[in-house]
Design a protein around this ligand. Structure first.
Ligand code: SAH
Ligand code: SF4
Length: 389
């Protein structure tokens, strides 16, 4: 089949489940159970897995290793659906952001960041976020719900459709890496994230290795160990402050899981060694956390933990209460950390013109009228109260 035919038959048009049950996001066991439930053999699940996750098929008619009556039977009950793409934005630097609408009308964003030798897909785990980190746009979103496994996997499927990367190559060029760094706190939705990542990591399907997957957490201490043991993906921790005093303010989750507990959980993250380090993310906020003394305290805090430090220049959003540190401050900070022996690359800002950079994602439109602002403040206060309580 020619490449263009392949794209037409396999990836597009994205199907709507139209009342049928969507097979995307079911585990292998669940898929087998579905086959048995409609009187088909168990091994059909294996065939379907290949077509859905390796070939990217969205239509049963192209699944030619299945007999026609089997395909027809499947199509009566099931669909291989995709979310609707509401908006598809491309940055001048090649970064791409999709706003996806789920069947219940809720929306999330995924971002693709192409680089010379690889491509990273930034995946969301929740609609909005229940946390309210003061520097993060997602934290100001009112509506929050967990994404289910199918909605998480679907972001990867959709990106592969759009980038034309089916069948899933062993070492994807466009999507070689996945970061759970989109909207939401992945460890507050652990079950669905774990189920989705197991599907994405499966070698007979999408086949992205755990070494190329990074999960970022704001520090949900009780879930970190489980994440390491069960998924064994790379861990990134949003640190952003070196004292409880400041972290309590800019990341309210710190009031529940303070630095000492967080650092212990990092130290005990399964599988850590010098070749496999935790990435500590540190957003550079002008005059807030970017002094040389902060840099020295950071070095001290990480002592004994195999770590990398990722300095992220603050990305502004409408109404944000902070500013980006100066280049000079970032350089001085980075030098101190580097001289202490930690790799500390400054994360290049990508996709800023389409609001796709770290911390800029938010699916509802922002209208900053006084009334809106007041409403947002009220919701933030409620979320805060729930967190502390
Ligand atoms: N909720 C998870 C996953 C989001 S990852 C977490 O917080 O780790 C997104 C990364 O971008 C996190 O490190 C987050 O702290 C950071 N971030 C949030 N807002 C930002 C902003 N405005 N500028 C730069 N980085 C930001
Ligand atoms: Fe949520 Fe992460 Fe944003 Fe904090 S930084 S509000 S945890 S998405």
């Amino acid at each position: 089949m020619s490449a263009s035919n392949h794209a037409a038959a396999f990836a597009l048009p994205a199907t709507d489940a139209d009342g049928r049950k969507n097979l995307v996001g079911l585990s292998r066991d669940e898929l087998e159970a579905e086959m048995l439930s409609i009187g088909l053999e168990k091994f059909r699940a294996r065939q379907l897995w290949h077509w859905i996750y390796h070939r990217g098929a969205t239509d049963f008619t192209v699944m030619t290793t299945l007999a026609k009556p089997v395909r027809e039977k499947l199509a009566e009950t099931y669909a291989v659906a995709r979310p609707t793409v509401v908006r598809d934005l491309k940055s001048v630097d090649g970064t791409r952001k999709w706003l996806l609408r789920m069947p219940d009308g809720q929306e999330v964003e995924s971002v693709h960041i192409p680089e010379e030798d690889r491509g990273t897909l930034c995946v969301s785990s929740q609609v909005g976020c229940t946390l309210t980190c003061r520097f993060c746009h997602t934290g100001t979103q009112r509506l929050v719900r967990n994404l289910d496994a199918s909605e998480i996997v679907a972001q990867v499927m959709l990106a592969r459709d759009a980038l034309g990367e089916w069948p899933a190559p062993p070492d994807g060029r466009m999507i070689s890496n996945i970061v759970m760094m989109g909207m939401g706190e992945p460890l507050f939705n652990y079950e669905n994230v774990a189920k989705a990542l197991k599907i994405v990591m499966d070698g007979d399907g999408v086949s992205i290795s755990k070494r190329r997957i990074t999960l970022s957490t704001s520090g949900v201490v009780p879930a970190m160990k489980r994440c390491g043991e069960e998924l064994n993906v790379n861990l990134a921790v949003s640190l952003h402050a070196v004292t409880d005093e400041l972290r309590d303010i800019i990341m309210p989750i710190n009031r529940k899981y303070p630095l000492k507990e967080l650092m212990d959980a990092c130290r005990n993250y399964p599988g850590l060694n010098n070749a496999r380090r935790i990435t500590f993310e540190y957003v550079m906020l002008k005059g807030i956390n970017d002094s040389p003394a902060d840099a020295r305290a950071l070095v001290k805090l990480l002592d004994g933990i195999p770590s990398k430090i990722n300095l992220i220049p603050f990305n502004p959003w409408p109404g944000a209460p902070y500013e980006r540190s100066t280049d000079k401050a970032i350089q001085v900070f980075g030098d101190i950390v580097n001289n202490a022996g930690y790799a500390s690359p400054v994360r290049t800002t990508r996709g800023e013109d389409i609001m796709a950079a770290c911390g800029q994602l938010k699916s509802a439109s922002v209208r900053l009228s006084a009334a809106d602002r007041a409403a947002i403040e009220k919701v933030l206060a409620e979320k805060d109260a729930a967190l502390v309580g």
